[in-house]
Design a protein around this ligand. Structure first.
Ligand SMILES: *[C@@H]1O[C@H](CO)[C@@H](O)[C@H](O)[C@H]1NC(C)=O
Ligand SMILES: *[C@@H]1O[C@H](CO)[C@@H](O)[C@H](O)[C@H]1NC(C)=O
Ligand SMILES: *[C@@H]1O[C@H](CO)[C@@H](O)[C@H](O)[C@H]1NC(C)=O
Ligand SMILES: *[C@@H]1O[C@H](CO)[C@@H](O)[C@H](O)[C@H]1NC(C)=O
Ligand SMILES: *[C@@H]1O[C@H](CO)[C@@H](O)[C@H](O)[C@H]1NC(C)=O
Length: 219
């Protein structure tokens, strides 16, 4: 009788493990956020069974835990985190650059199977105040050099240039700085006249500045 009892117990445990074992909590993709805004980190496959313990961690520090319905929050996150017990989603508000890193979710379901998953968050400062600085001097074809410099604030991950709505490509006369923030044209030709656009981008924002350049004839 004892033997049967033990066998059933093992089978029951085994079936619980089989259901959840190796089932990772999955996240759609690494998340991006903007300074001062909010982000929601939610697994795509939250378990349907009830949870005994659910915990979220950032890098290796503890953020929030829910144990049998009782929630505790790390005091340094007080007032800016929300947790949804049904979806296991964590909402982080008022993001700072320091929130970039790895977020780990762990939950123990009935049957003691542990499910884990992790995702990453990268926080960017929104781009603003992008402008182009006019070369100002009179530009004469075949004689002058023009240098257009851009500036702006925020976390800049790429800089793109266009002229008259077509991408501006480097050539033997058109040279970009290593960070692409300025371009120099030397010597200028009449065909360099037109509208230049410079776009600063990151995954959460972009901004474009424009400048018209007039190249004068040598006459
Ligand atoms: C709370 O978070 C801070 C970092 O924001 C960390 O240094 C601290 O260890 C955490 N507290 C606990 C109890 O994990
Ligand atoms: C957001 O964070 C900033 C700087 O850390 C702080 O000054 C501000 O009070 C916070 N706002 C809220 C709504 O928590
Ligand atoms: C980010 O972390 C650095 C160093 O740990 C700290 O000096 C700074 O005040 C933090 N910034 C914010 C916005 O919390
Ligand atoms: C968290 O981890 C990431 C990547 O591992 C690291 O770049 C970041 O500085 C860490 N942040 C904190 C506040 O520990
Ligand atoms: C500069 O722009 C070119 C394309 O115009 C791109 O291939 C290159 O990666 C950019 N470099 C930087 C540092 O953004």
């Amino acid at each position: 009788m004892m033997v049967y009892h033990r066998l059933y117990w093992s089978l029951w445990l085994f079936s619980c493990f089989r259901q959840n074992f190796g089932q990772e909590l999955q996240f759609p993709e690494p998340a991006n956020g903007a300074v001062g805004e909010s982000v929601v980190l939610a697994p795509v496959n939250p378990p349907s069974t009830s949870f005994l313990i659910t915990q979220w961690f950032f890098n290796s520090t503890f953020i929030i835990a829910v144990v049998s319905g009782v929630t505790s929050v790390n005091s340094s996150y007080e007032g800016r985190v929300r947790f949804d017990i049904n979806t296991l989603a964590l909402e982080l508000q008022n993001l700072t650059l320091n929130d970039s890193g790895i977020y780990r979710l762990e939950t123990s379901t009935v049957g003691a199977a542990l499910m884990k998953g992790e995702t990453s968050l990268q926080v960017f400062e929104k781009i603003s105040s992008v402008r182009l600085i006019d070369p100002e001097e009179l530009l004469i074809e075949d004689d002058s050099s023009a240098s257009i410099t851009s500036e702006g604030t925020g976390s800049i991950t790429s800089v793109e240039w266009m002229k008259d709505n077509s991408p501006l490509s480097p050539s033997n006369r058109i040279i970009f700085s290593p960070d692409n923030r300025s371009v120099s044209i030397s010597p200028v030709q009449r065909s360099d006249s037109g509208e230049y656009q410079c776009t600063y981008r990151n995954p959460v924002s972009s901004e474009t500045a424009k400048l018209s350049l007039i190249i004068n004839c040598e006459c």
